[in-house]
Design a protein around this ligand. Structure first.
Ligand code: DGL
Length: 245
């Protein structure tokens, strides 16, 4: 299978990293819309328009499946994307919710969702969790963490101060959904901040679990070939890919 992975920028490489580790696919075509990142502070209609424009890019390739690694796109654009594409388009929100459900927490355990403004405002994670019966769900917009990760800040004082800014009155949760492509990169800093206690749900690992459960995919012998494309600053994306992957 040849698949596409779409993200607003470089963050989706965190999902690619998990997909590469599991070798489910022959080839991954990655497209990051680096010219227009971030999507997180934008309105629904803009996010949908950008997502449909990304489909035009993928028309250049004969892909069997498209994964939108971007939580913000997953929150708003999946119905429109699926209506306009020849292949299925999967997001990362349902897989994230499924991954949490597979941890068999109590329904009154506290769940913290951290994500962009658009993802939090869409209510997608919150509604899915409430439908499953979770009673203590908090969703926080933590957009400042996105440019910090883009800057390569994965630990240290600035990050800890930003955590303090966002989480100063949040008691240590039982689980945190990393509802943004960038956040797996700061997972260990976040774990340390909360004394290693919360279970972290990572979109990349969640999609791997989802593909295995729903599509019965299994690991292949040969490595997955990866091709990376960007709408701007290809060299910058390449440098991040070299570092992250
Ligand atoms: N890829 C986005 C997400 O996962 C984060 C970056 C952005 O705001 O575009 O929500």
């Amino acid at each position: 299978m040849k698949i596409g992975v779409f993200d607003s920028g470089a963050g989706g490489l965190s999902v690619v990293k998990s997909l590469l580790a599991h070798r489910y696919f022959d080839e991954i075509i990655y497209y990051g819309d680096t010219a227009r990142v971030p999507y997180g502070p934008k309105d629904k209609n803009t996010i949908i328009r950008y997502a449909l424009e990304a489909l035009e890019f993928f028309n250049n390739f004969d892909i069997d499946l498209l994964i939108t690694a971007c939580n913000t796109v997953s929150a708003y654009a999946l119905p429109d994307m699926n209506a306009q594409s020849r292949y299925p388009v999967l997001g990362v929100i349902d897989p994230g919710v499924m991954a949490l459900e597979n941890r068999h927490l109590d329904k009154d355990d506290s769940i913290l969702i951290i994500a962009t403004r658009a993802t939090v405002n869409s209510g997608q994670y919150q509604n899915a969790l409430k439908k499953l019966g979770y009673t203590h769900v908090t969703a926080l917009q933590t957009g400042l963490l996105v440019p910090m990760v883009e800057e390569g800040i994965f630990e240290g004082e600035i990050l800890t101060s930003t955590f303090k800014y966002y989480f100063h009155n949040i008691p240590t949760p039982k689980a945190i959904i990393l509802g943004c492509t960038h956040f797996p990169l700061i997972a260990s800093a976040l774990q340390n901040y909360f004394d290693g206690k919360p279970i972290l749900i990572h979109s990349g690992e969640a999609i791997v679990e989802y593909l295995h459960t729903r599509y019965h995919l299994t690991e292949q012998e040969q490595e997955t070939e990866l091709k990376i494309f960007a709408s701007d600053n290809v060299a910058g994306l390449r440098a991040i890919a070299d570092k992250w992957l």
